[in-house]
Design a binder for this molecule. Structure first.
Ligand SMILES: Nc1ncnc2c1ncn2[C@@H]1O[C@H](COP(=O)(O)OP(=O)(O)O)[C@@H](O)[C@H]1O
Ligand SMILES: O=C(O)[C@H]1O[C@H](OP(=O)(O)O)[C@H](O)[C@@H](O)[C@@H]1O
Ligand SMILES: [Mg+2]
Length: 374
């Protein structure tokens, strides 16, 4: 299955005849952490956006058995040779998307049971596709989970029963189930769409099980660029050491995370005031703090080089997620964008303008929101 079309339209429901059960298809888009990440993993704040440049799609077809279809390339099990197999494992690890689909089904079912939400007994087959560059910090993993979750909501007709602000946590739980250290910002961006300010303060997280999510006007954003390279890195692995230090009460990590979180708060003000010089400063500070906390060995030389190539062109730059892709902003405008394009091409990095996805909430989703949230 190819990811369908290039428009941000979310749902495709095909009916094969008047009474035949429907095929359901959902897309979820890549996300950019613009400011504040990775403090979302630590009761912090972020500004994130959902982008049309890349997406994952999941297709649910009613069937007699419950079937999770492996993807022909992302879940490769047939190899040309031993070297091919070993190379593949070295570059992309052991896992593809099948485990994400399965974990989503489990978390969805358990949540519905706990909440007394009735699920009918019909079966389905699930298949997925994605063009999000693999493990590049563009939330490829949660896009697959998010699109699967949306298919389940519609197949069981329970979209009304699961509030929109709860969904990101359930999507995150599917990855937690697999031992992946990840945070909420990806899932919030992918559920809501558009540009969001997120506040994951401890009080709200503990009291309600979610943060406060505010949709911002995407028109506030200046032109942004996405830089990426074929260099998969496992976000779970990248995060685990810092996470452990934070849990152990490491004061440097705790205070640096608070500083990173404050960048999102300052960034919200800068965006609302269209103070783009300030935005550029905050983006650079964000990456510098990440570098101090995680260390160069964990971030990877190629990832650091992407940021440095952008900075040498005068652009502000930081990781979109845990590594593999960079978001860059050229405060001096188009002439600087051209310098940046040339520098990236010379360095062998892909670069493209960011295209923001508008809000993705439909009327039912909006009705499910509790007051106080976007
Ligand atoms: N493009 C992909 N195709 C299949 N599975 C993927 C893909 N990207 C991620 N995954 C799955 O999600 C897990 C976590 O990925 P992660 O490191 O979070 O990447 P990302 O930065 O894209 O979210 C991987 O170990 C793998 O099981
Ligand atoms: O480190 C980050 O900025 C993010 O890392 C993960 O995202 P990924 O796209 O997998 O790199 C994590 O899930 C996010 O919550 C972090 O903010
Ligand atoms: Mg991920």
């Amino acid at each position: 299955m190819e990811p369908n079309g290039s428009s941000p339209s979310l749902t495709k429901i095909e009916r094969n005849g008047s009474s035949a059960p429907a095929i359901i298809e959902h897309k979820a888009f890549a996300r950019i952490g613009l400011l504040g990440n990775p403090s979302d993993v630590y009761y912090g704040r972020t500004i994130s956006l959902n982008i049309e440049n890349f997406w994952a799609s999941v297709r649910l077809e009613p069937s007699s058995d419950l079937l999770i279809r492996p993807h022909p390339t992302h879940d490769l099990v047939k190899f040309a040779s031993l070297d091919h197999l070993v190379n593949r494992l070295k570059n992309e690890g052991y896992y593809g998307g099948v485990r994400l689909l399965m974990a989503t089904c489990k978390v969805f079912t358990n949540y519905c049971k706990e909440q007394g939400i009735h699920l009918h007994n019909n079966n389905f087959s699930l298949s997925y596709d994605t063009n999000i560059p693999r493990q590049t910090g563009l939330s490829g993993s949660s896009a697959i989970v998010c699109a699967t979750f949306s298919c389940l909501l519609d197949f069981y007709k329970v979209r009304d029963n699961i509030a929109v602000e709860i969904r990101p946590q359930l999507i995150l739980n599917a990855e937690k189930e697999l031992g992946i250290v990840a945070g909420l910002q990806d899932r919030v961006a992918q559920v809501y769409g558009g540009l969001l300010y997120m506040d994951f303060n401890k009080e709200s997280m503990e009291k309600y099980g979610h943060g406060n999510y505010t949709q911002l006007d995407t028109g506030l954003l200046p032109p942004l660029h996405l830089i990426y390279a074929e260099n998969p890195s496992d976000s779970g692995k990248v995060h685990s050491a810092v996470r452990q230090r934070w849990l152990d009460g490491d004061t440097f990590i705790i205070s640096s995370m608070e500083e990173v979180a404050s960048l999102a708060l300052q960034g919200k003000r800068a965006l609302l005031e269209k103070d783009y010089a300030k935005l550029a400063t905050l983006m650079n500070q964000n990456f510098d703090l990440r570098r101090q906390m995680f260390g160069d060995a964990s971030l990877g030389a190629l990832n650091i080089e992407m940021v440095e190539v952008a900075r040498r062109a005068g652009a502000a730059a930081k990781f979109t997620g845990s590594g593999g892709a960079v978001v860059a902003f050229c405060p001096e405008g188009q002439s600087q964008v051209e310098v940046l394009n040339n520098a990236c091409k010379k360095a062998g990095f892909a670069i493209e303008p960011v295209r923001v996805v508008p809000s993705l909430l439909n009327e039912i989703d909006i009705r499910t929101q509790s007051s106080g949230n976007a």
